[in-house]
Design a protein around this ligand. Sequence first.
Ligand SMILES: [Fe+2]
Ligand SMILES: [Fe+2]
Length: 193
Amino acid sequence: MSVHIEKRITEYKLAKDLFSRGKDIILSPKVQVLKTFTQHGETTVFEHSVAVAKYSLLIAYFVTRTLKINVDMDSLVRGALLHDYFLYDWHVKGAAEGLHGFTHPRVARRNAERDFELNDIEKDIICKHMFPLTPIPPMHRESIIVSLADKWCALAETFKIDVSSYIIYRMNYRIALSEGDYSTNYGDTKAEY
Ligand SMILES: [Fe+2]
Ligand SMILES: [Fe+2]
């Protein structure tokens, strides 16, 4: 089997895993609003959140298989999808409560608690993801994983490195299907697999 096909299958399975664990959040109209806010470069907050969930899963696969450390995959994905649920355009002056970098984890957690049922791990993931910019360290391994994935995705998005367009494409496809829309244009993927 060529590397190309193997990569395609890996990405497809990853997308399936991500969607099944975060389905209620991904399909929520409240989360669809994240598509209207820009995060880094040309990436929306929705796309960024999906990318962070993807890399969180990849890190979690590695630590469970290689290091034999258990990870709560459901909480990991749900927390990752909601980690930037702050619901404003941080590029607009005055939109944030104080300095966005420091305050948005708290705002995201408050919004997420209002709109979704969250467990302690998910709450910790959201409000600690900016560590060490925010000084209180993560309490769970899932929070450390999401914090690492977030930093990698922010870097990739800022430098326009395409590491997640296929999985974003798959998520938009699933959203379109759930809405019964089989003909909609749900975005492009620049990914080769
Ligand atoms: Fe953030
Ligand atoms: Fe983020």
